[in-house]
Write a protein that binds this ligand. Structure first.
Ligand SMILES: [Zn+2]
Length: 426
């Protein structure tokens, strides 16, 4: 594969293998697989997507490389990331990691926050991420330093969203709840309200105030909810019933939802049905859930700790996968590569048809915006932003797929290839 010149905008790409979920009905198949596509670009937008015509174009030929729209990282923690070297938790599990986070905060100067967040954004962009949502911990009813420091961090090619991650107890007081929501609403575009909802801090009155303050300030919500395996976790079930009786203006994202796997089949189906009716997006975080749930020193975990993704898919719930913590007290590893998250999910959740169906879990824009009517990525009129995987095939992907070519608005912005990956053409 000869790579195009990054300084010249492309007029299109030829012979790219797109996943089946992205292609219009009636797209031709060959040996059961979608035929490759030609994508025409104009001024950084896609103008058409048509089956590959070998003789009829002079576009950059990708020789059948797998291609996806710009990737989504829907759940990160740029304020905590890359702190593991200086702050290791003394015990496994979520609550010990939270304790370690509070000890590490003494180092969170503006420079420290920006340098670590910049590294995360740079890695994500090189991996093909075009939208990244970071949660930022609040330790008071006023925004923390990280909230403002990350506000103006720009990474070419990435739209950055911020979620105020606020302990539920802060919403117990209605004035405080309103003050927090107002501060988020006045923080500009791409800001959401969030909260940490867990059986250890459960308070239905505070939940009601959280919902009401978000609604009053026209905010969307992204909640850390039921990040545990206790059958006593109330969050998702409370939320599902609240939404079936109360109007909510924004979109709601529920991150984690592990406790669903501890409820009975019937209880879980009831919750999923109600969440589906409200178009709530569920964000599963397999890496940190596998690390933090059922974690006891010296004992092999018996439970997987992941939400009911297949049942949620069957219920029609919009879904995404996120990396969650990267190289901090919650998760010592991580790469800001959504393919690593999907690889983990492949085994943890026993996914099949990973490229043609499940790749949607890392690039479904409608699930991230909450707008069911937003068009398909890579449809005519959409940004000409995509990621190519030279050397991968649909059976192997997302494993052995570190090689990348990232196209942003019709122009090559990142490449990571090596000879072995390119030799499949010869
Ligand atoms: Zn998180």
């Amino acid at each position: 594969m000869n790579l195009p010149d990054p300084t010249t905008p492309l007029n299109g790409i030829a012979n790219a293998r797109l996943p089946a979920w992205l292609l219009p009905a009636g797209w031709p198949l060959q040996a059961g697989e979608p035929v490759t596509a030609d994508l025409h670009f104009d001024a950084g937008k896609i103008t058409s997507v048509t089956p590959y015509q070998p003789e009829q174009n002079n576009f950059w030929n990708t020789h059948g490389a797998l291609a996806l729209p710009g990737l989504i990282e829907p759940h990160a923690h740029l304020d905590k990331t890359f702190t593991i070297a200086r702050s290791r938790p003394s015990k496994p599990g979520l609550l010990a990691a939270i304790e370690t986070l509070h000890q590490d905060r003494q180092h969170w100067t503006a420079d420290d926050l920006r340098q670590r967040a910049r590294k995360g954004l740079t890695w994500a962009a090189a991996n093909g991420v075009t939208r990244l949502r970071t949660h930022i911990d609040w330790f008071d009813v006023v925004p923390p330093l990280a909230w403002s420091e990350l506000a103006d961090m720009e990474q070419p090619g990435i739209t950055l969203e911020r979620v105020a991650l606020v302990p539920l107890s802060f919403f117990a007081d209605t004035d405080a709840a309103d003050r927090i929501a107002r501060a988020v609403a006045h923080s500009g575009k791409h800001c959401l309200l969030g909260g940490f909802i867990h059986s250890s801090n459960w308070d239905p009155a505070a939940m009601t105030h959280l919902m009401q303050s978000a609604s009053r300030w026209q905010l969307s919500l992204d909640l850390h909810i039921d990040e545990e395996l206790s059958p006593l976790a109330h969050g998702l079930s409370w939320l599902a019933h609240y939404l079936s009786h109360n109007k909510f203006n924004g979109h709601i994202f529920c991150s984690h939802g592990c406790a669903l796997s501890s409820s009975s089949e019937q209880q879980a189906q009831d919750v999923l049905r109600l969440l589906s009716a409200q178009r709530v997006t569920l964000i599963a975080l397999p890496m940190t859930n596998l690390l933090l749930q059922d974690a006891v020193t010296g004992r092999t975990p018996r439970q997987r700790g992941i939400t009911l993704l297949k049942e949620a898919q069957a219920a029609g719930i919009p879904l995404l996968l996120g990396c969650d913590n990267v190289q901090d007290a919650f998760c010592p590893a991580g790469s800001y590569d959504p393919l690593d998250t999907l690889s983990c999910a492949l085994f943890a959740l026993q996914l099949d048809n990973v490229f043609d169906r499940q790749s949607r879990l890392i690039c479904d824009v409608a699930a991230l915006t909450g707008d069911a009517h937003s068009g398909m990525p890579l449809a005519p009129g959409a940004d000409a932003s995509l990621v190519l995987f030279p050397g991968s095939d649909s059976m192997t992907w997302p494993l052995q797929s570190a090689a990348r070519v990232v196209i942003h608005h019709g122009r090559l912005t990142h490449k990571r290839t090596w000879n072995q990956e390119l030799s499949h053409e010869s």
